[in-house]
Design a protein around this ligand. Sequence first.
Ligand code: FE2
Ligand code: FE2
Length: 171
Amino acid sequence: MPNQKTMESFNQQINEEIFSSYLYLSMAAYFESKNLKGMAHWMRLQTEEENMHAMKFFDFVLQRGGKINLSKIEGPKTDWASPLEAFEDSYKHEEKITSLINNLVDLSLKEKDHAANAFLQWFVTEQVEEEANVLEIVEKLKLAGDHPEVLLMIDKELSQRTLTTTPAPNN
Ligand SMILES: [Fe+2]
Ligand SMILES: [Fe+2]
């Protein structure tokens, strides 16, 4: 029997991961509108990553014999004052996701759901990486300040991003 409380909270996390995907897609559109193709590319890949996160939870719930209950996805913000503001929002969002993952870990311990706990360890590590990646970009954008040539250099650098994800324990 799957643990009902864990399964419910994992369903909620599917929603959070899909919302993350939606938020980054909205940021991709913002960067496209500013002709910052490298940043748009980076955000498109971020969207794909978040979809993969959602699917990991989806597959785990099914594997445990739990029920999938998909809920309504909130609409993301659609405009930002600057690239820095968008990446700062992205960083704040990742911090929020990290705290949600930590809550899920706490729940798995409380419920003695060891399978869920093992599954979640991948996400604990992933969030460290996610926060570090975004923070690095935030810091670079702060250094760029009002220099468009530096902004374009960062944009070029971000256009090089490729998808690299460590496999989840259930894959
Ligand atoms: Fe995620
Ligand atoms: Fe993320």
